[in-house]
Design a binder for this molecule. Structure first.
Ligand code: ADP
Ligand code: MG
Length: 461
């Protein structure tokens, strides 16, 4: 497998195209610089009194262990903030999930934008409804709460909301503990015996879910709408960790790498296309790193390149369709489809996508579009691989499994193989494998509830 190649008969045109996308092709020097910056940002993020603020939150999840195979019993999880809101039930026996059920609920708009107390009452009602329909009533069940919003954790079961994002904006919750608000709502009802004992985000859930099936798992990655990672860090390297934790050797650290570069440290990799994607995004100047490759943005980056090349007279006979000029019109699904053509040496998906966008195109246009999708996908893999390789070397385990969740990773036909190639080259001494761990944000939360229950029992003894 080689690096992206553009096949065009006309050498002058070829040169012009390459010139306009040069910035997307990360040189070895640039890659090295990204890695250096990532490593210094990680250190700053773990420091107690950093001289300058890091763009990496390096959040302590307070999760000191993964599943050890002794977990047993019934657990619930609640997943809020991903694409779907749902309640999940897991029954674990002898280290395996023997039964499970999931139910999806719609959070009405007035609840998403109303007072926080109403939101948590609604969540408690869904839990009640879920248990009611499944003969779980009357049981005391521990619950793991996946709360995929920026939060500061102060314990495994304390998550302070920093800000609402996505389609949520409830009053009276920012600065409050989401776990306490949910527990209060459950207790207010008086008819549901559930204890929220852990709060997490999807990345931590993915790691736990991955480790449940593969004990070598020590990194969790999200490659979906956005991107993030967590890994197992030595407690003695977390300088900023205050309070009692003498007996804790390791803990899961949530890197929050989607925001890597928000302080300007990655400005040297930004192309005009990345800047345009940022300008047209919801939170301008935030989530710098993930805007370079997240599922929400990958297609949009390609679109920005195609529009520019069209304007320069290098594509579609200088005619961009109205469709192509629409933000978001070139989806990341198109990138996957066109990459499939690159894999199979055919054009069928590419012509399909271009037809959908009502573009008039010739053979050369197809070549260029296929090349751009390849180049942007390749850059995505390089960026994720740099940071993953860095985590692998940092943990320095003989063998590590990386659990990955998210539709981008799942559906892109060769992101995985690109990453395998790059990570192997970037962390040559550390054996690894990439594993799809679906639904970490759902199932993982139930597993964390099981771990938290076990830890509670151990502490009580
Ligand atoms: P979330 O990140 O919200 O939990 P997902 O993991 O399902 O949800 O990721 C959703 C993202 O996946 C969307 O931004 C979308 O662009 C991307 N996506 C959906 N289908 C595909 C596909 N076929 N190829 C690549 N990316 C896709
Ligand atoms: Mg998800």
């Amino acid at each position: 497998m080689s690096t992206p190649v553009l096949h065009l008969d006309d050498p002058v045109k070829r040169q012009k195209v390459l010139e306009l996308v040069r910035g997307l092709d990360l040189t070895a020097d640039t890659q090295k610089k990204i890695r250096d910056v990532f490593e210094s940002e990680m250190e700053l993020g773990l420091a107690k009194n950093p001289p300058v603020a890091s763009s990496l939150q390096m959040e302590n999840t307070f999760l000191p262990e993964l599943c050890d195979g002794s977990e047993e019993g019934d657990y619930l999880s609640l997943d809020l903030g991903g694409t779907n809101f749902r309640v999940i039930w897991l029954r674990i026996k002898s280290g395996a999930v023997v039964s499970e059920a999931v139910q999806y609920y719609q959070v009405p708009e007035d609840v998403r934008l109303g007072p926080g107390v109403k939101l948590f009452d609604f969540l408690a009602e869904c839990i009640h409804n879920f248990m009611d329909g499944r003969q779980l009533k009357g049981q005391n069940l521990p619950l793991g709460f996946t709360f995929s919003f920026p939060m500061t954790q102060q314990g495994l079961d304390v998550g302070i909301l920093v800000s609402w994002t996505k389609s949520f904006n409830c009053s009276g919750v920012v600065g409050e503990d989401a776990v306490k608000m949910l527990n209060d709502a459950i207790h207010r009802r008086g008819d549901t015996d559930v204890d929220v004992i852990a709060v997490l985000n999807d990345t931590t859930g993915t790691l736990v879910q991955g480790a449940f099936v593969d004990r070598k798992c020590a990194i969790g990655l999200i490659l979906g709408t956005g991107s993030n990672a967590c890994y197992i860090e030595r407690a003695d390297r977390i300088e900023k960790w205050e309070g009692e934790h003498k007996d804790v050797k390791e803990v899961v650290i949530d890197v929050e790498w989607g925001a890597f570069g928000d302080n300007g440290v990655l400005d040297f990799i930004k192309t005009e296309y990345d800047k345009e994607v940022d300008r047209n995004s919801l939170l301008v100047g935030s989530f710098t790193f993930e805007k370079h490759f997240g599922g929400k943005y990958l297609g949009e980056i390609v679109r920005c390149v195609l529009v520019r090349l069209t304007k320069e007279g290098l594509l579609f006979q200088s005619n961009a369709s109205e469709e192509l000029l629409q933000h978001g019109a070139f989806t990341t699904r198109f990138v996957s489809l066109i990459e499939e053509d690159n894999v199979n040496g055919v054009d069928v998906n590419t012509t399909g996508a271009l037809n959908e966008l009502k573009l008039a195109f010739n053979k050369e246009d197809i070549e260029i579009v296929k090349y751009i999708c390849w180049l942007v996908s390749d850059r995505a893999a390089i960026l994720v691989s740099i940071c993953t390789a860095s985590l692998l070397e940092r943990m320095d385990r003989p063998e590590t499994t990386v659990a990955i969740d998210g539709s981008l990773f799942k559906h892109h036909p060769r992101l995985k193989s690109f990453m395998e190639k790059y990570i192997a080259a970037m962390a040559p001494a550390n054996k690894f494998q990439l594993m799809l761990a679906e639904d970490g944000s759902g199932k993982g939360a139930g597993l964390i509830a099981a771990i938290a229950s076990r830890l509670k029992k151990q502490q009580a003894h």
